[in-house]
Design a protein around this ligand. Structure first.
Ligand SMILES: *Cc1c(COP(=O)(O)O)cnc(C)c1O
Length: 384
């Protein structure tokens, strides 16, 4: 009876929450470096706009399916300013109820049973789950340290590529915090053109970056507008995970296919939230630098602290995660369990992001420096 739901694995973070509650019930003060949910507040003027617009009766009715034109224009204006990419707000931009929503619906629009969907491992779990729900066949592209946590596109056989409908990519990457250069994106676009599949680039972390590094949009690559769609979100950029607003941009046919699924399953984003999104994208960009300075300090404290304890980890250029190698004697789950039960520090086991995440655990930089130092101190007392 429940065959469709049993095809998808239980959502990783829901399980972590349960485990955390169990330890908390015993009275422990858990430091949560598990889920990637910013602890910093949404900038005040964004909240002010929501407040003002929430009072306006016009905003109480059903919003448009695609999003208000003013919001889509704000997204296009931001892409122009940030990436030098021109987008037609009428045909190439779609409002989303958070980017997760768009990512989850994309395969329903384009994947038939038996079609292949190429996806990285380790990865954000939604690529796999949405593919399974659409009846597609996931094809795993391993992200290995020796390749800079980028898939080896030349290793995918033509018979797979012929059956592919979508390739999911995500840079800056969750969970590895790796970044991609223009050459990698070019290769991916070229492959998609040759084999006629969609590139779905998840750019949730495009604005979280350090030391002068500026992540790219895949839409900057020539020809991307023929085969690609890019997902963006205000969640991580403006600390708005609870608000549920994002966007998909790119090829008009892909945007319209995704839009037709959405007209049948949801009714758009509350307009007052779209107004708040416009405020974010047009007036609150300087806030991003401020947030990044905070994450950078946390990154330095955690990476240096972990290295002092003898762990191996890179210092990431982007995203707010530390992807740390688990010492050989531990599986990723054993190590996270030990940290949680003995040090009351919650991290995420790499295996939860797919089998190529095994051997690593992920720390989210979503607590302040004193708490991070406390986490390091606790780990030190139980380690080795
Ligand atoms: C957080 C996250 C998202 C989803 O963000 P929304 O809140 O749904 O916009 C998408 N992809 C990745 C990789 C993420 O980490």
């Amino acid at each position: 009876m429940f065959t469709k739901v049993s095809a998808i694995p239980p959502y990783l973070f829901a399980r972590l929450d349960e485990l955390k509650e169990e330890v908390q019930r015993s009275g422990a003060d858990v430091i949560d470096l598990g889920i990637g949910d910013p602890d910093l507040p949404t900038p005040k003027s964004i909240i002010d706009v929501l407040q003002r617009e929430a009072h306006s009766p016009e905003n109480h009715r059903y919003p448009s399916y695609k999003g208000m034109l003013a919001y889509r224009r704000a997204v296009a204006g931001w892409y122009q300013k940030r990436f030098g990419v021109n987008l037609d707000p009428e045909r190439s931009v779609l409002a989303l109820i958070g980017s997760k929503e768009g990512i989850a619906h994309l395969p329903l629009a384009f994947v038939n049973p038996g079609d292949v969907v190429l996806m990285p491992s380790p990865a954000y779990p939604v690529y796999f789950a949405s593919t399974a729900l659409a009846g597609g066949s996931p094809y795993i592209m391993p992200l290995l340290r020796e390749n800079g946590f980028k898939p080896d596109l030349s290793a995918i056989k033509p018979e797979i590529l012929h059956k592919a409908r979508i390739m999911f990519l995500n840079y800056p990457n969750n969970p590895t915090a790796a970044v991609a250069d223009i050459e990698f994106f070019r290769q991916a676009i070229e492959l998609a053109q040759k084999y006629n599949f969609i590139i779905a680039h998840d750019a949730a972390y495009s604005e979280i970056a350090y030391d002068g590094f500026k992540p790219l949009s895949i839409m900057e690559v020539e020809g991307a507008d023929q085969v690609a769609v890019e997902f963006h979100s205000l969640s991580k950029t403006f600390n708005m995970t609870g608000w549920r607003i994002g966007s998909a941009v790119g090829n008009p046919e892909i945007i319209s296919g995704l839009g037709s699924i959405k007209t049948n399953v949801d009714s758009g984003v509350f307009q007052a939230i779209q107004y708040a999104g416009i405020e974010a994208l047009t007036n609150q960009l300087p806030k991003i630098e401020e947030h990044n300075r905070i994450y950078r300090e946390r990154r330095d404290v955690l990476v240096e602290g972990l290295r002092r304890l003898g762990f191996r980890t890179d210092k990431p250029k982007a995203a707010f995660y530390i992807w740390m190698e688990a010492p050989r004697e531990y599986t990723s789950s054993q190590l996270t369990e030990r940290f949680l039960k003995k040090a009351h520090v919650l991290t995420t086991p790499g295996a939860g992001f797919g089998r190529y995440g095994e051997g690593y655990i992920r720390f989210a930089l979503t607590v302040d420096v004193p708490r991070l130092r406390e986490a390091l101190r606790r780990i030190e007392t139980i380690w080795p």
